[in-house]
Design a protein. Sequence first.
Length: 144
Amino acid sequence: MSDVQKYRALIVEDKKRVAEKFQRALKSICESMIARDSTQAFEQIDDFAPHVILLDLVLEGDREYQAWEAGMRILERLRKQDSIYQDTPVIIVTGRIEREIEDRCRGLGVTEFFRKPIPLQTLRQAVKESLQKQQQTDADQNTK
């Protein structure tokens, strides 16, 4: 199985064009899926089992939460103690960057925090590094 098929990224982004641009950028690195709101995100997390999650903090049109809190709620739920995804790398890619929000995200173990627009090469590199760490973790667990 190639690394592209082995590793999966979930892109949580409400803007279709942005999400599709991210998906195209990651095509050579990993398989990816798009979720446009928190409901889809939680379904995709359970069904798709991503190795890395790209998360926008503001999700317009979210059915569960106010737009400005949807991404943070997803992150908080991922980081719950009983979540099997509490160690999954999360890369924040958002237009909303306030020091308090960034500090809160980092306190919840966010891998990277980027402001939109993000150069696609920077995005690819961040995902690639997260997947390499995941690959090392997988290798370490297989040798135990």
